[in-house]
Design a binder for this molecule. Structure first.
Ligand code: SAM
Length: 217
């Protein structure tokens, strides 16, 4: 493998964990976060949440905001609100640009924050979801405990991923800065007090099959 290709892959791996601005950040946005199949993944996560129009919802690690836009469609005619947290300045800027009307209307709020320390009171959210994200949480149990804290009793949480892509990306070394093991994530949920933890297949109307890990407080 040429040195340039090696450096490119290394940069992709880093950007998947912490997206930055610049050419590689642009590349992963276009080909990883915003392409059609990845849109279906966010759509699957939102559908699996079963959001009603007055619900308060949190997306963790929203990237460019594709999932937030989808979740917004569920609450736009009610009193609900969609919150997003992400650790990347670049993703906050990009998603804020894409979601200006929804932010101005007070229906969406995007916050620079780590899932390990959420700037919310306890028992706030009806639903939490995240797509291609838990891999990057350094202490999954502590992060799950923090999410459990901010969820209302019985609120559900959905983790969505596309197994085939995860396998391909892992084999290419692009996920070396994360841990994609679903069993480890589910064990962390158990330790944090989540219930009803289950790995399910989710097929969308176009026939794409995704994996979702469902759980509730
Ligand atoms: C692979 S990207 C996925 C983006 C988007 N969810 C998607 O599927 O297109 C992972 C995202 O999670 C964010 N992230 C990683 N670790 C995080 C943490 N500890 N707390 C909040 N966000 C985090 C990254 O900044 C990035 O935007």
């Amino acid at each position: 493998m040429t040195v340039v290709l090696k450096l490119f892959k290394e940069s992709i791996a880093r950007n998947l964990r912490y997206p930055t601005s610049g050419p590689v950040g642009w590349y992963i946005n276009k080909y990883f976060f915003e392409n059609k199949t990845r849109f279906y993944l966010k759509e699957a996560a939102v559908e699996a949440c079963n959001i009603s129009k007055d619900d308060v919802v949190l997306e963790v690690g929203f990237g460019p905001g594709v999932g937030i836009k989808e979740a917004y469609t569920k609450i736009k005619d009610g009193n609900g609100k969609i919150y997003g947290v992400d650790i990347s300045h670049s993703m906050i800027r990009r998603a804020s640009g894409a979601l200006q009307p929804q932010i101005q209307a007070g229906k969406v709020e995007l916050i620079l924050a780590d899932v390990a320390k959420l700037p919310f009171e306890s028992d706030k959210f009806d639903h939490v979801y995240h797509c291609n994200c838990y891999y990057f949480w350094d202490d999954q149990v502590a992060c799950a405990q923090e999410l459990h804290r901010v969820m209302k009793p019985n609120a559900n949480m959905i983790a969505a991923f596309y197994e085939r892509e995860i396998k391909k990306a892992s084999e290419a070394g692009m996920l070396k800065y994360g841990n994609t093991d679903p069993d480890k994530y589910m064990e962390s949920l158990r330790k944090a007090g989540f219930q009803g933890i289950e790995l399910k297949k989710w097929k969308n109307t176009k026939g794409y099959a995704f994996s979702v890990i469902v759980s509730h407080k």
